[in-house]
Design a protein around this ligand. Structure first.
Ligand SMILES: Nc1ncnc2c1ncn2[C@@H]1O[C@H](COP(=O)(O)OP(=O)(O)OP(=O)(O)O)[C@@H](O)[C@H]1O
Length: 249
């Protein structure tokens, strides 16, 4: 469903993403894990056609994410790492706008927006301007926008970043319900417990390169059942010892 073939992105001499080779199957919930600066957002932006790869390609349902990005965007729902809304629009109007952009009639868009507000617990805030929304409400509105056209693939960049534990739990529970509906989900996260609970397979990216991919059980060293996902993550993204500067004479 999602195929990365030698995908790379360089900024000058710096490789932000290096020769990424990966296949995500239809219906899979794939967790994309990596430390800060590993290349997760860069990869996701190439999937959405908003960054041009320096090498290789990524396809979704056989469509090239760069040259066929308009077709890809019809099939994909996307939550950016930092969703930005028109401050002077109300939550309901934002959903209506996004739904109509996806080709729904005004009446269908209104019905879908109302349902989305109820699904995400934003019903009472639907007529409030988005500028007044809390971080948690903005993320929920972003997820509702990503799902409004009922896409078969969801690409989520840090869906629980910046949320308090209760809001994070609510979002995770909704995502589990959505995952149960058979959609293909590609989700980047720092939250290892979320990856463990939500994802059928996990990929770990470090300094631009994919260092491992598999189920949590497959990633455990030599079948060490006691190794937590956190242990695996720390082991695979270990930094070389920092050079100790020579003492000044
Ligand atoms: N326009 C740019 N020019 C140069 N370097 C960039 C540019 N955009 C990103 N980078 C670098 O590319 C690397 C990967 O960044 P990216 O945002 O993809 O990481 P990330 O895994 O999403 O990190 P985080 O978890 O902190 O959001 C970082 O080292 C970043 O500084």
């Amino acid at each position: 469903m999602i195929e990365f073939r030698s995908l790379g992105k360089a900024y000058g001499a710096f490789d932000a993403v290096k020769a990424l080779e990966l296949t995500v199957a239809r219906g899979e919930v794939f967790g994309f894990l990596g430390p800060n600066g590993a290349g997760k957002t860069t990869t996701i932006r190439m999937m959405m056609g908003i960054l041009v790869p320096s090498a290789g390609r990524v396809t979704i349902a056989g469509l090239d994410c760069h040259s066929q990005r308009a077709l890809v965007q019809q099939r994909v729902g996307y939550l950016p790492d930092n969703p930005v809304f028109y401050d002077y629009l109300r939550g309901r109007e934002i959903l209506q706008f996004v739904a109509e952009m996806h080709g729904l009639s005004r009446r269908d868009a209104a019905a879908r927006s109302g349902q989305a507000l109820r699904d995400w617990g934003l019903d009472e805030a639907g007529d409030e301007f988005a500028v007044n929304y809390s971080m948690g409400m903005k993320k929920k509105l972003g997820l509702a926008c990503a799902l409004i056209h009922e896409p078969e693939v969801l690409i989520l960049d840090e869906p629980t970043n910046g949320l308090d534990p209760r809001a994070a739990r609510e979002v995770q529970e909704r995502l589990r319900t959505i995952a149960g509906q058979g959609r293909t989900i590609f989700v980047s996260t720092h939250l290892l417990d979320m990856a463990e609970r939500l994802c059928s397979r996990i990929g770990i990216i470090d300094r631009g390169g994919l260092v491992a991919a598999g189920t949590a059980a497959q990633l455990r060293r030599d079948g060490a059942a006691s190794e937590s996902l956190e242990d695996i993550f720390l082991r695979m993204t270990e930094q070389p010892e920092a050079a100790v500067p020579a003492p000044a004479r």
